[in-house]
Each structure stands twice: as C-alpha cells, then as structure tokens.
Design a protein around this ligand. Structure first.
Ligand SMILES: NC(=O)c1ccc[n+]([C@@H]2O[C@H](COP(=O)([O-])OP(=O)(O)OC[C@H]3O[C@@H](n4cnc5c(N)ncnc54)[C@H](OP(=O)(O)O)[C@@H]3O)[C@@H](O)[C@H]2O)c1
Length: 294
C-alpha cells in the first residue's frame, strides 16, 4: 500500500513509518523539518516540509491509498490552526482521490471538554466520523517523548513531586508498538470505518504508574498528594505568560476530566496483547541507559 503520514517526525509517526516500511509498504509524508529524519532518508516515497495552514499540493496525494493525520500543534493559541488546517488537508487529499483517511484523536476528546486539546480533538474526530473515515484513539503512549517519558524523567530527577488528587485518576496506557501494530491491522485488513480505541484493557491509576516508575528506577522520589486545582491554576498562569514547563496545564485538566470516563478497548479485538506496565517502563529505562532513544 501507499501510505501518506502527516506529522511524519512525531514519535508515533516515526515508529509507524518504520513499521510500515519494514512490512513492505511505501511511506510518504510531511513534517516541519527541511529534511527527513536520518533514519528515514532514502526510504520514503516522497517527503515534503509543511506547516499547518500551508496549502497542500494535490500532487502529493496521487495514487495514495490512505492518509494518516498525526500532526497536532500543542501551542496554547493553536485551536483554530489545528481545526482549520487539518480540515483543509483532508479536503485536499480527498479531492485528489485518496479513498481512506485515519485521524488520530485522544482519550480526552469530549463534546464538553474544558481542555483545549480535548475540544479540538473532539471537533476533528466528529468531522472524520461524519466523512465515514477511521478515527484512532490511543491512550497515553508509553514512549520516551510525551507525558509518559516526562513523568519517568521527573521521578528519576526530583526528590519530591506533587501527586494531583492523590493520583487516583485511571490512566489508559498503550505501548508505541501496539499503536503501530493496530494501525497496520486496520490498514491492511481494510477494517470498517469508525473509532478504534487503543489502550490496555485494564486501567491503572496514575499513582500505580508513578510508584512502578519509582521502584524500577530505584528512585527516592516522594509523592505528595495535593488538589489538582493547584498545579492546574499554576500551569495555566505560566502558560498565559509564555513560560513552558515540562507538564502542560491541559494534561492535568484532561486527567481530571477523565476520572470517571471508561472507554472500551479494541486492542484485544485486533489480537494485540501489549506489554504490562513494568515492561513498558523497563524498555524506556534500558533504551535511555544504552543511549539509543530520542
Ligand atoms: N503520544 C500520545 O500519548 C498520544 C495519545 C493520544 C493521541 N495522540 C495523538 O497522536 C498524534 C501523534 O502524537 P505524538 O505524541 O507522536 O506527537 P506529538 O508530540 O503530539 O506531535 C505532533 C506532531 O505534529 C506536528 N506539528 C506540530 N505543530 C505543527 C504545525 N504548526 N504545523 C505542522 N505540523 C505540526 C509535528 O510533526 P513533525 O515533527 O513531523 O513536524 C509534531 O511532531 C497527535 O495528533 C497526538 O495528539 C498522541
């Protein structure tokens, strides 16, 4: 198949591109970088450097079987840039004759979401569902970049960390390889359009995740339970004055909103077991120790 990935250099994009190429598919795509990443150089059908809001060239999509929409601008003022930019990309690819489209949404996507991220993802997933396309909804991806990797680094580096609302919120986790494997299944078997939830069927709490990170890294970090509203207000303030900290206010807001949310997992339906929490953490620790990770 010929697959076009928008946001090729995102952590999920790199993993997915490598998996698809290994399985004999032709991968093309875009990112903001002038050149493709070293590991993808010479292995892509085509590569284009693009920012959200730039017009797409219809020639990019000639003979493409499916477009995967991974790009998301996390800047706090980028809501309409994401919504308008991604809808325009869909229109360009659809008009160029691409039959299949796969949008990456989030567990936090909800109509009444108070996090900008959740609201933007909900608007876009509704758009792709209305057009009868695939919507893929990963849980928190246990990769070196993103929230999971940040938490692991914080646990290793800080002696004390606040634990918003005692860490009771359940975390829908998924390993990066499970996400790539699921996408390959959906594309290769041309599974029905609609929403595919990708997270381990048994949820774990944030407290369990952090305690497991602490144990496996032999960290001495202490967790102090605090009301989540405190870090939320603090991070909203720092972001409003343009200060970027390792944790985004939206991550805390989404965790609070998702406290009582349970979505069914489709990983088992796709025949994917996925590694247990300990294994997800140990892989990242080992990758970091041998310097192979991003
Ligand atoms: N990681 C997770 O836990 C998780 C969970 C659920 C859903 N998702 C969704 O899955 C997708 C990929 O996630 P990820 O964690 O691998 O990557 P990510 O950190 O969310 O980054 C998204 C990518 O979007 C592109 N991008 C950002 N701003 C842009 C702009 N202004 N113009 C053009 N491109 C822009 C960049 O791609 P380039 O670097 O290629 O330019 C960036 O790497 C995202 O849509 C994310 O919301 C992720």
């Amino acid at each position: 198949m010929r697959i076009f990935i928008l946001g090729l250099h995102s952590p999920i994009g790199r993993h997915l591109a490598n998996t698809l190429i290994r399985r004999g598919h032709q991968v093309s795509g875009t990112s903001r970088a002038p050149e493709p990443a070293a590991e993808l150089t010479g292995r892509l059908g085509s590569y284009h450097n693009m920012q959200l809001g730039d017009p797409a060239d219809p020639d990019w999509f000639q003979d493409i079987d499916a477009v995967v929409y991974l790009l998301h601008d996390h800047s706090h003022d980028a809501a309409s840039r994401n919504v308008d930019g991604i809808k325009a990309l869909f229109q360009a690819a659809f008009s160029a004759g691409v039959p299949n489209h796969m949008f990456f949404t989030s567990y936090s996507a909800k109509p009444d979401s108070r996090s900008t991220y959740g609201a933007v993802k909900f608007e876009l997933e509704s758009f792709f569902r209305k057009h009868n396309q695939w919507v893929v909804r990963p849980g928190l991806v246990a990769g070196a970049s993103g929230l999971f990797g940040t938490l692991l680094r914080l646990v290793q580096e800080f002696p004390v960390l606040p634990l918003p609302d005692g860490g009771r919120a359940p975390v829908p986790l998924v390993a990066p390889e499970s996400v790539s494997e699921a996408v390959v299944h959906i594309l290769e078997r041309a599974l029905p359009p609609g929403c595919w939830n990708l997270h381990q069927p048994d949820p774990v709490s944030m407290r369990e995740v952090l305690l497991c990170m602490k144990r496996l890294t032999k960290s001495r970090c202490h967790f102090i339970p605090i009301p989540a509203i405190l870090p939320l207000c603090f991070l909203r303030f720092t972001e409003s004055v343009g200060l970027r900290l390792p944790l985004a206010a939206d991550s805390i807001a989404a965790m609070r909103e998702n406290r009582n949310l349970r979505r069914p997992s489709h990983l088992t339906d796709l025949g994917i077991a996925g590694p247990p929490l300990e294994e997800m953490i140990l892989r990242l620790v080992r990758t970091k120790e041998c310097g192979a990770g991003p």
